[in-house]
Every structure is written in structure tokens, then in C-alpha cells.
Design a protein around this ligand. Sequence first.
Ligand code: NAP
Length: 248
Amino acid sequence: MRILLLGGTTEASQMATCFAANDMDVVFSYAGRTTAPIAQPLPTRIGGFGGVDGLATYLKSQKITHVVDATHPFAAGMSRNAHAACTNAAVPLIRLERPAWQVGIGDNWTLLPDIEAIPRALPDAPSRIFLAIGKQQIGLFATQPQHHYLLRLVDQPAAALPLTDTKVVVARGPFDVAGDAALMRDHQITHVVAKNSGGQGAQAKLEAARMLGLPVLMAQRPVLPGDSIASTADEVMGWLGHEADRGV
Ligand SMILES: NC(=O)c1ccc[n+]([C@@H]2O[C@H](COP(=O)([O-])OP(=O)(O)OC[C@H]3O[C@@H](n4cnc5c(N)ncnc54)[C@H](OP(=O)(O)O)[C@@H]3O)[C@@H](O)[C@H]2O)c1
């Protein structure tokens, strides 16, 4: 058994720890989006495969027998490519996916089908927006230049931002509720924009928004192909037919 683990999430790192603790033959794969990716206890490759065909070639050349897709729920391109390449190459694939966040009592969420729908759902009046969506899609908000945008990014931006009125905070999660509430208060935030990523590390902003009575505009997840879905590393180990020594 030789596994390809597609990473870039906390769950992928937990899965890597579990695989390493069980002495399994696994290659960890990063897209290469951040300048200092978290080191993994597994052989690691960085960079795209070159689409579906590139990934199919990689699976064959590396004699990969199983693929675990632990990419972010919004990394739809990679998940769709993995599904297509694994189907073509007859390599079993499972997606390790954290459950989506659920709206709770006291929340003021507006659910939008995707991130593209959010800019036009913002108010017309100049507002102060905590844009907690990473860096890749902030350009969508250039159509609403009347707002001030607070951006929290993993790396300092290397190039000019597509938004004019911004404040960048460089930080890597996990975040806590007290810290996120203080951040929102200090920046006089009026609205929070988020993607329904799920997981613990980024949930604090939602609890902070609830505490402060702030509205949240929440993008729903893309629909992804594939029937094998696990929500824990143990479930993946079961799917692989392996008893887990979790190593954590
Ligand atoms: N999207 C988010 O909100 C988000 C948030 C946190 C972390 N991440 C992580 O950041 C990475 C990129 O996310 P994205 O939204 O840009 O992905 P994406 O749009 O689904 O992927 C675009 C391309 O990036 C390459 N790629 C993505 N993940 C890869 C991986 N783990 N290993 C090797 N190549 C990978 C693939 O290139 P080729 O076609 O050349 O193979 C893929 O087609 C993912 O690993 C994801 O887990 C994403």
C-alpha cells in the first residue's frame, strides 16, 4: 500500500501524524500556496500535478495505491481533479472532510451559494468588513470599493492588493474567541464575510461575531464528486483496513 495524501489543512496534518505513527508508506502533497508550509512527518512534495492527466501520470509513476484527499472543502479544483484521475486510474479515493459549521442560536448569518455571490449582498453604505476568506478571492470585492476591508492572511502580500481601503493582519490559526472579538472591536467591524470551511481553528470568528451581534455573510461549500467521505483520521484508517495507532 502506497498512499498519496493531498494536504493543506489541519486535518491533513493530523492524518499525516497518524500515518507516520503507523509507519505507513505515504507521500504528502502541498499546492505550494504559502511561503512556509508546516513541516510534515512524511516525505513531502510541493506544487501542482498538472491537471487530471498530470495527476494520473503521477499516480502511475509513483505506484500510488490509495489517495486521501484532505484538501480544504473550498479547494474544489483539486478535489475534482483527484476524483477524475483516480476514476481513470482505478485508484481508490477517500475525502477527509471536516463537517460544515451550523448556524446556532444568536447567530445572524446570511447564507450565500458561493463566495462570488457575497460582494453584491453587502450593504450599499460604506461599512467595515472582516474579509476572513484568505487571499485568493479578495479581488471579487473590488466591485464594492466603498467599504473598508480587514484582511487576515497567512503571509504578507507580495504584490499590491486589488482592494484600495484595506488593513492586513498577518496571522496563522488556530484563533480564539477573545482574540477575534478584540480584533473586530479594535477595527470597528460591522460585517464578517466567511466561507463555511468548518473545523475548530477558524470557528472563533463566528463565536466572536455572535458575541458582538455582528452579521455574518457565509458562503456555502461547493458540491464535490465522490461517495467515500470520512470526517476523522480513524475513519480513513478503517477505510484502508488498518487499525490506527493515532500517534497524537
Ligand atoms: N481554498 C481555500 O479556501 C483553502 C483554505 C485553506 C487551505 N487551502 C489549501 O490550499 C491549497 C490550494 O487551495 P486552492 O483552493 O487554490 O485549490 P484548488 O483551486 O482546488 O486547486 C488549484 C490547483 O492547485 C493545485 N493543488 C491544490 N491542492 C494541491 C495539493 N494538496 N497538492 C498539489 N497540488 C495542489 C492543483 O494543481 P494541478 O492542477 O496543477 O494539479 C489544483 O488543480 C489546497 O491544498 C488547500 O487544501 C485552501
